[in-house]
Design a protein around this ligand. Sequence first.
Ligand code: KG4
Ligand code: ZN
Length: 357
Amino acid sequence: MLCLGIETSCDETAIALMQNKRLIKERIASQENMHAVFGGVVPELASRKHLQALPLLFDEFFSLDKYEAKKLDFVAVTRGPGLLGSILVGLGMAKGLVLATGAKLIGINHLTAHMLASGVEQELSFPALGVLISGGHTQLYFISSCVDFRVLGRTLDDAVGEAFDKTAKLLNLPYPGGKYIDQLAAFEEPNKTLFPCPYLDNTNLDFSFSGLKTAVANYIRKNPWLRFQQMQTVPDLDEIIPNCPYLSKVCASFNWSVAKALYVKTKRALEREKRVSSLMVAGGVASNSMIRGILQDLAYEYSVPLIIPSSGLCTDNATMIAYTGALLFEKGYYHDLNLEAIPRGKPIPWDYNQFTP
Ligand code: KG4
Ligand code: ZN
């Protein structure tokens, strides 16, 4: 079963080739540096860059190798949620390939793919409690199987990655700043009373991070010397990081407040959903060291395995798209050529056709 995965929902252009759910190779063309100077992803630039990069990646993949595009069984492509213009580039390429090769088309829910990404590296165990922490989403799921996700809670405002990136921007760190906060935080112990732990005084499973972000903004307004004078460039940052104890303290304290909120709500969900046999964590923020540690402790407390991808599989990639496609293809799911792109904020319909595998 040969499959190509295509991911273009935000600022990474990625393709991955898989055979029988084993990765053969992946290429990612990151746009991070291009968007960094704007302090966030510029949608128009993102789609134009995907349009340039995607055919080149494809050409590089198939021109040198023993693998031939016409042998593809299916093409799995992110169909949402994400930036509409960017998704359309991936969908256009996938549909063209399907027409040219006769492969089947499978549209993939980017969020589901994040959650299932760990399956590339380790055995998944269902039912699972899923914690999705990415730049665009923060969700708790009850996951019965690879095709059955029930949302238990979600963010009411900023996604957790967004909170990291906006806080980093306040400090004049480059976009996306989550990883720099993580690095800075490693040098100091958090002050656990410096910032509030957001939205815990309730009984629900939802999140809210905008209050925490405001608290950091107010703190920085009162202590403006904490910020870098101008946006740091990535190479400089490596030299600067060990010499910023006060900034490290702020980052560790912010990171701790976020980690605590995730811990409390995930623990509450584990209390309610007693039947789960694993805790699955995914999304870009899942590579954060403090959050990995605190959720590992929680899994231990509830005697369930923590299933979490290695760092490279946490952020956007095409391996997770190809892998999710393979799980769906095994069950006979596929899409027609009229498959639609779904932007951020809209629910992803379950509109697959099914053949008998
Ligand atoms: O899952 P992802 O690649 O993209 C979306 O689908 O949104 O997540 C990107 C997010 C960004 O907000 C980025 O700052 C954050 O993941 N991130 C981190 C770390 N690495 C990436 N946040 C905190 N600590 C990290 N180590
Ligand atoms: Zn993502």
